[in-house]
Design a protein around this ligand. Sequence first.
Ligand SMILES: NC(=O)c1ccc[n+]([C@@H]2O[C@H](COP(=O)([O-])OP(=O)(O)OC[C@H]3O[C@@H](n4cnc5c(N)ncnc54)[C@H](OP(=O)(O)O)[C@@H]3O)[C@@H](O)[C@H]2O)c1
Length: 374
Amino acid sequence: MRNIAVCGNQVTPSIINNDLIETIDMEGIKVNFGLIHTNDLEFDRNAPENEFMVLIKTKAFSCNYRDKHFILKAATKAPEKSFYVIGSEFVGEVIDIGSKVTELEIGDRVIGDGCYPHVKAEGIRPGLPTNNGSKEYQKFHQTKLIKVPPEMPDEVAAAFQIGGQTSYSMIRKLNIAPGENILVTAAKSNTSLFAINALKKYDVNVYALTTSMQFADELKQMGVKELIQIDPQKDSILENESVAAIVKQIGGFDCVIDPLFDIYLGKVIKAIAIEGRYITCGLYNQYSHLTNQDFYYHGSSMGEILSYALIKNIQIIGNCIGYTHDLRQAINDYQQGELNVIIDSIFDTKEIKDFFEQTYNVKHRFGKVVYKYN
Ligand SMILES: NC(=O)c1ccc[n+]([C@@H]2O[C@H](COP(=O)([O-])OP(=O)(O)OC[C@H]3O[C@@H](n4cnc5c(N)ncnc54)[C@H](OP(=O)(O)O)[C@@H]3O)[C@@H](O)[C@H]2O)c1
């Protein structure tokens, strides 16, 4: 079976299997990415340990910001003769099921269900089903998979779970009321693109912050009322004249959706309205310890943030992934044409280098980058 992996310098590609290894630069580190063949996965549907298990054949996968940490860790720390298979989102076809599987059938197309923090079956860990989602054959407990409808093509399904489940969870927790003013940071991050598209069915004003105005027209078409380019070196977004004018006019943002709290929380806190809600699902500084690049924080101190939050009765909410219900709602909305998913590009089997360059290195990416097995 095929796998897409970060390979140590001493991994030799098998010519018989048509293995392929290509190198790119990521954050100043040389990373070898390989299409590596390994033995197929064996699956005995009658074995007691497979009672609730489902065997899938992966058709496509994609990577996320979080995978960058695993990639750079494997490239800098893993033994030179080893390889580490990557991928956190996938779509596959069910090709076999255990004897007690009730929720899926052979032939179903499925994606992962990262339901978190609740455990859906005894002994099964909550959260993402895998960090090795490019394996061509994978075995999961039935509760870690969810069926996708025929309306959803493979390239969308392979890019759907993390953005869909996380953005729907964040919007659920914000309890948004009609007419509210919602600020979305890091507008072109995949998480924010999902959130902006998901907000379309709410009667709200969406404002967005970005570090570059590339794709401004596309963001406006998605329903962003005002897109504002900010200087990340500044301590507060209120130093930006456009933001200051909006805040003066609306009295502060009712909600903030922020995927990068160590970039934005300390900059946006004073732009939030009384009794506003701020929610975050992630941080920027996930790999500087692997690349030896310094990370400099700009913004209010934690003391200032919390003092301001308590005086203004602002809720600061954390969010990790979401419930199955959130993912199911996102899938339903997609099926009903109420949720658009933005795909930047699709690469196939031999285009490993291009796939990773586009996922992590190019500045003009807009949406998810998907790899398909042909
Ligand atoms: N816990 C969870 O459940 C969960 C789920 C999903 C995501 N996350 C987290 O959410 C975060 C975003 O993930 P993602 O996959 O959506 O990211 P992504 O698509 O890779 O985000 C890229 C965008 O982030 C912004 N950005 C990057 N570096 C920046 C910097 N130095 N200063 C300001 N903005 C910067 C830029 O937006 P602009 O071009 O618009 O400026 C850039 O286009 C990550 O921390 C990830 O781990 C967590």
